[in-house]
Design a binder for this molecule. Structure first.
Ligand SMILES: [Zn+2]
Length: 96
């Protein structure tokens, strides 16, 4: 069973979505992997792609997406369905 390359948590789930495969680890790390890879190959690929190569890019990208989600996307509509004005002292969410 593959483990999270950052914290060692075990994989708890995996799912395929429109030709893309995602692994879900107990820590909520959910990387996309090539569906053709074996479990053994997945371990080294996660290490290479996310830890050695692009962890900063990966987490920056996730941060940007989450930020968009809560400020302007579906999350914003769920959190503020009535279009309530921002509380005192809050600033306008940045336009993304
Ligand atoms: Zn982890």
């Amino acid at each position: 069973v593959p483990t999270c390359p950052f914290c060692g948590a075990a994989e708890t789930d995996r799912f395929d979505l429109e030709g893309h495969r995602f692994l879900v680890f107990a820590c909520m790390f959910t990387p996309e992997v090539d569906p053709a890879l074996s479990d053994a190959e997945i371990g080294s690929r996660l290490q290479k792609d996310f830890v050695e190569g692009g962890s900063k890019t990966y987490f920056r990208g996730m941060c940007d997406r989450l930020h968009y989600f809560v400020t302007a996307g579906a999350g914003a509509r769920a959190l503020n369905p009535a279009g309530m004005p921002a509380p005192d002292g809050a600033t306008e969410p940045p336009r993304v």
